[in-house]
Each structure stands twice: as structure tokens, then as C-alpha cells.
Design a protein around this ligand. Structure first.
Ligand code: BES
Ligand code: ZN
Ligand code: ZN
Length: 491
């Protein structure tokens, strides 16, 4: 129904039909359409800018009814992420045009130091990410049905690796979309129990994933006093999840993924006075763990992976934890609750301590921990903090490769002093520094014991306040699912 071609932009003022690259079939197509595409470019109606789309009817001149030209931007800026954005744009355009079948090739969009497989994977990832909308709860006002059924990309080269690349792109982006769906689901439908069920479903679907769920009694038996304290103001019981994957060939390396699973964060008695309606996303770290497990079940990395989810609802009631209360964590360390809204670090403290007992090589915790993350590095970068440079560097590289930028912040020991004052071993807030993201990591650090550990604060990147990149709408992004998968596959 539609043929797509890509078109770079030209530096300088004057538009040129030479933009239509021969290798992509652009010039031939232009001839068949009697110069309509080049004419449009000369008339300055299309310049090949990134995100720009030109769709032209073919009036029977070729088999396909429509030609879609996707702007690729300046060639010098072109990257794998440009391809992801183009894939998303193409799928969104095809559905807007009510097209069923799309075909095209990506020969022209070569990128230095990247194999054709990488380009195909990126384009596919973008297409699948760009096709996601949160429609589960739209019943009366049915959203316009999506028409796109088949999507063909022809490429030159060895078939098997190219097909594998497309399949991998689909697996990775579908995993991110699962995470997005879990995060977008409202708190009444995504309680700690529901979140644990979502993890169990992945384990049910894939034989190589195991899942153990701890209910409130087991959590008590494990002496996870912090998880219990956070959830005690809610009618919903907490839950703790332990997922595991083992490769076919025994591996000495074991990665532990730990996710914050606050299914709703009202702040507790330190009730949030603004933007509480976004706090269904406070389980994005946990949802990332679940998405990653769905992908690794299919992509089978060479190392062991364990996933830990600390799920609770942070509400307020007659039984809620109070500022100045002192709790005992699983690690035995006591914590004075200064602010009931600093609950993420509490549930993570117990989860990290439990994860340490499994003797992991590396621990990665992911949490929507501090609003300060947005002030430190903004909406598209995830701050990372840790005690092992090699591990940090590996994740920085993985994030860069998949278009989910990560930036390292320092763990400034000086800022910890304030936490140590008061009647308990630690305070959960009020360390005396404004660097809340760094202070969050400082609180967690000890609970990872002497292990190689990093903390990713996804408070600002797990959710998009406006459509951007490949995301069609406001809502969950699935960040950093693709980063973690890339990291796990690097062993
Ligand atoms: N869940 C929030 C952090 C958050 C804020 C996530 C905005 C996403 C968007 C977290 O539990 C929280 O409330 N953190 C406090 C910590 C403070 C009390 C030490 C914060 O960032 O203000
Ligand atoms: Zn909070
Ligand atoms: Zn929170």
C-alpha cells in the first residue's frame, strides 16, 4: 500500500533533488512519479529535516498507492537513534494514512562503525516503541483502530543475521512496551499484589524464568522491617518478588536487578502537595525488572540474572508510619523516619540487603527516587551513581548505544554526615544537602554492603511529560529497559 524512502537534509539554503539517494531507490521512484518528489523539494515543501514526512499519492503510476518520504536530517548528525525515530514516525504515519502494508529499504542510511544489523534493529525498535499507546482503559471512546499489518524492510546481505536483528529489535522494544503498560496502569489496578502477578506471568510464559513471591507473612519472616513500615498505612499488603534466570552454560557472573515498586506514592503523612497524580509511576524500577526478564527469557544472555522487586503502597491512615518513628531494616540498621515521602530508599534498603545474600557479582538498582534527578540532568538523562567504575562505565556505554543517555553523578561522602545524626543509625532524609539525588544514593550505598553496585535514579526519565523521541504520547517511556538488556547481552 505504501513505499517508504529516506531522505537526508542538505546543509545551506538551496534545496536539491540530489537529496534523493540513488541507493534507496529514491531517484528511480522520482522518475516513475514524473519528478513529483524532486519538484516538492525544489518548491521547498520538503527539506528532509529529521522528523519531517512527505506523503504523495502515486495515482496508479506504481503498484503502491502512496510514497512516504521520511526526513533523516543532516547526514553528519545521523545515528542509530535517528533510525529509531524514523521507524516510529513511519509506523505513526502509516496508521494515520490508514495504510495496511508498508515496504522499503534502508540502504542509504549507512552509519560509520555500525553494521547493517544494528541499523535494522534500531529501526525496528523505533517502529515498535512508536506504535505503543496506552488504550487499555478507553472503552467508550474507541481509539481509531490501527490499520498497519505488515512492515517489510528489504536489505542487502546475509539473511540470517539481518532477520535476527529485526527479531531482536522487536523483542527488546516489546519488553519496553510491557514495562510502559505496567507503569501506565493506574494504582487501583496495579497494587503490590498485581505487580507481583505481572512478574509471575512472565515466569509462567517462559520456562527459563523462575519467580518466587513473598506475601506479608514471608516479608515478616525475612525481617524486612522497612518494607513493612512503608506499607503499614495502606490496606494493600506489600509484596516482594525474586525472579531468576540461569544460562544454559554455567556462568560465574551474576547480575542482581533491584527495582523500587511503590505502586502509589501519596507521600504518606508528609503528603505530597503537588503532582500526586503522577505517582502511579513510582513502580517504574520494578516494572523495568519485569520487562527485562521478559526479554532475557528470549534473548538468553550468557550470565545469571536475578531480579528483586520491593512493592508497597505509600498511603496515610491511622496506622501509617509517623515522622520520628524508628524502624529496623532487614540489615539490622535502624532508621529514623524524618520524611515519610522518602519511602523508596526504605523499601530498597531491604531489597538490596536480600539481594546481597544471593552473592551477586554486580547489583543494579533502579528507582524513581528523587524529584531532584530532573534538576540535576533533566528529562532525557538518567543519573547513575555507584562504587565501581567498570560497572558504571559499562552502563554508560549500554545507555549510549540504545539511545537512553545516562550520566554519572559523584557520591559525595561529605553529604552523608547529616544522615548519621539523631537517635537511630540513619535518618531517611535531611542530610543537610540540596543534592537530593546524591543523598538518595548515599542512603542506599551501605545496604549494598561491599558489592559492586550502581543506583540509577529514573524519576525523570521513566515518564515523558510530552510526546518525544519515539514516544507517541505522554506517559511511561520504558527507560531504562533497553539499556539493561544491552548491558546483560554484553557478557
Ligand atoms: N517518588 C518520589 C520521587 C519522584 C518525584 C518521582 C517526582 C517522580 C517524580 C520519592 O519517593 C520522593 O518523594 N522523594 C523525595 C525525597 C525527599 C523527601 C528526601 C523528593 O524527591 O522530594
Ligand atoms: Zn515519596
Ligand atoms: Zn516514591
Amino acid at each position: 500500500d505504501a513505499v517508504f524512502i529516506t531522505c537526508f537534509a542538505k546543509e545551506g539554503e538551496k534545496p536539491s533533488a540530489a537529496l534523493l539517494l540513488k541507493s534507496d531507490g529514491g531517484q528511480e521512484l522520482d522518475k516513475l512519479l514524473e519528478g513529483q518528489i524532486s519538484k516538492t523539494i525544489q518548491e521547498r515543501l520538503f527539506a528532509g529535516k529529521e522528523g519531517e514526512i512527505l506523503s504523495l499519492p502515486t495515482f496508479g503510476k506504481i503498484k503502491a498507492k502512496t510514497v512516504v518520504v521520511i526526513g533523516a536530517g543532516l547526514q553528519k548528525n545521523f545515528s542509530l537513534d535517528s533510525l529509531r525515530r524514523m521507524g516510529a514516525k513511519l509506523v505513526q504515519t502509516a496508521n494515520a494514512l490508514k495504510v495496511k502494508n508498508v515496504a522499503g529499504q534502508l540502504e542509504a542510511t549507512r552509519i560509520k562503525n555500525h553494521a547493517p544489523q544494528e541499523r535494522l534493529q534500531a529501526f525496528t525498535e523505533g517502529a515498535v516503541l512508536g506504535d505503543y499507546n496506552f488504550t487499555t482503559f478507553k472503552k467508550k471512546e474507541v481509539p481509531p483502530a490501527k490499520t498497519l499489518k505488515t512492515f517489510r524492510i528489504s536489505a542487502k546481505g546475509n539473511k540470517t543475521p539481518l532477520q535476527k536483528a529485526i527479531a531482536q529489535g522487536e523483542i527488546v522494544a516489546t519488553a519496553a512496551n510491557l514495562t510502559r503498560e505496567l507503569v501506565n496502569t493506574p494504582p487501583g489496578h496495579m497494587t503490590p499484589t498485581d505487580l507481583a502477578k505481572a512478574a509471575q506471568e512472565v515466569a509462567k510464559k517462559y520456562k527459563n524464568i523462575r519467580c518466587k513471591v513473598f506475601g506479608v507473612n514471608e516479608i515478616k519472616k525475612e525481617k524486612m522491617g522497612a518494607i513493612l513500615a512503608v506499607s503499614q498505612g495502606s490496606d494493600e499488603p506489600p509484596s516482594f518478588v525474586h525472579l531468576s534466570y540461569k544460562p544454559a552454560k554455567k556462568s560465574k557472573t551474576k547480575v542482581a536487578l533491584v527495582g523500587k515498586g511503590i505502586t502509589f506514592d501519596s507521600g504518606g503523612l508528609n503528603i505530597k502537595t503537588r503532582e500526586m497524580e503522577f505517582m502511579k509511576m513510582d513502580m517504574a524500577g520494578a516494572a523495568t525488572v519485569i520487562g527485562v526478564f521478559q526479554a532475557i527469557a528470549q534473548l538468553k544472555p550468557n550470565i545469571e540474572v536475578e531480579g528483586f522487586i520491593a512493592a508497597a503502597e505509600n498511603l496515610l491512615s491511622g496506622s501509617a508510619i509517623k515522622p520520628s518513628d524508628i524502624i529496623t531494616t532487614r540489615a539490622g540498621r535502624t532508621v529514623e523516619i524524618i520524611n515519610t515521602d522518602a519511602e523508596g530508599r526504605l523499601v530498597l534498603a531491604d531489597a538490596l540487603d536480600y539481594a546481597c545474600d544471593q552473592n551477586p557479582t554486580y547489583i543494579i538498582d533502579m528507582a524513581t527516587l528523587t524529584g531532584g534527578a530532573a534538576y540535576a540532568v533533566g528529562e532525557i538523562i538518567t543519573p547513575i551513581l555507584g562504587n565501581d567504575k567498570t560497572l558504571v562505565d559499562k552502563i554508560l556505554a549500554a545507555g549510549k548505544a540504545v539511545g537512553e543517555p545516562v550520566w554519572e553523578l559523584p557520591i559525595v561522602k561529605e553529604y552523608k554526615k547529616g544522615y548519621l545524626k539523631g537517635p537511630a543509625d540513619l535518618k531517611n532524609s535531611g542530610s543537610g544537602s540540596k543534592a537530593s539525588t546524591i543523598c538518595g544514593a548515599l542512603f542506599l550505598e551501605d545496604f549494598a554492603r561491599k558489592n559492586k553496585w550502581v543506583h540509577m535514579d529514573i524519576a525523570s526519565t521513566a515518564w515523558a511529560d510530552e510526546p518525544m523521541k519515539y514516544y507517541a504520547e505522554v506517559g511511561a517511556t520504558g527507560n531504562p529497559v533497553r539499556t539493561i538488556i544491552n548491558f546483560l547481552l554484553s557478557f
